[in-house]
Design a protein around this ligand. Sequence first.
Ligand code: MN
Length: 329
Amino acid sequence: MSNVETEPAELKCGAAVDGGHPADTPGVEVLTAREVPLGGPRAMLVRRTLPQRSRTLIGAWCFADHYGPDDTATTGGMTVPPHPHTGLQTVSWLFSGEIEHRDSLGSHALIRPGELNLMTGGYGIAHSEVSTGRVHVLHGVQLWVALPGEHRNAPRAFEHYAPAPIRVDGAEIRVFLGSLAGSTSPVHTFTPLLGAQIVLDPRASVTLALDASFEHGLLVDSGDIRMLDTLLHPTELGYLPDGTDLMTLRNASDSAARAILLGGPPFGEEIVMWWNFVGRSHEDIARAREDWETSSDRFGVVRGYPGNRLPAPALPNATILPRSNPPRR
Ligand code: MN
C-alpha cells in the first residue's frame, strides 16, 4: 500500500528524549486511529495508528494501516498504482479479500487472507496493489517495518509465508513473523520482530509469554479486548512498553475477537519518514523523491500494471517536523 496523502508531513521518528508523554505513565497506552483516504475516485478510507504524534515506532514497526471490512462494490476497492519505497519492508495481511501485487523485482502474486507477503524495498523498489473482483469484502492491515541502518539499502525481495494456525487455550494464533506461543515464523527479518494474528474465543482469555526486551502493540480489529487492565475497542492500538514478560488478553465480547500483535525491541535509531520513503535525513528523502520523479533505475519498472505510476507529492516547504517516541522508562 502507498501513503497517498497529497501533503504528507515529513516525520522524524525515533526514541529521542525530548517531547512525548511523561515517562511515568504506567501500563498500556491507547493509540487511536485517524482516517486517511487511500486515493482513487471513491477514496477508500484506512485507519492509521502508526505513526502518530505520541508514538512513531513500536520496535521497527513504523506504519500501521487498518482497513475494512469494505464492500468493494461500494468503495471501489483498492487501486494503488506503481509507487516506490526505500528503507523499509511492507507487510500485507488480509482478513478477507484478495489483492493482486506486482513489483519491480518481477513478482506477480495474489495476496490472500492468512498469508504473509513481505516486500523488502531497501535501496529501492516499486509495486502496485489492486484488489481483485473475485472477493467483494476487503479487510486487512498494511504494515511497514523500518530497516536498521546497516541494512537500509538491502536488495529487493518478496517473500510469501502461510503460517499454520496454532490452538492455545481460548485462542487461535497465526505467527507470521518472529515467535509466539511456541510457533516460529521462518521468515528472516533485519531486527527481531513479532507479528501475529490472534483470534480469541467469545469471553475467553489467554496468557502469553512475551520477550521482555520487546515493546508490543495490539491492534484490535473486532471485539473488545482487555490487554492487561486496559480495555481496547476495535481500531485501537494498545501499546505495552518493554519489560513485560507475561500478557493476558481477555475477550470482553460475546463473539470472537481478532487482533494483530506487533512487537520488537525499541528501535535504537532515528528515522525520517515522508510519503513512501524511510531515510535518515531530509537529503535521503529528497534524493529518493528525485530518483522516482526522474524514473531512475533505482526503483525499477512494474510490468503489467494497466495505467500510470503514482507521482510523488511536492516536498514540504517547511523544515522537518520532528516527532519522537516518549523517553524510555
Ligand atoms: Mn506500497
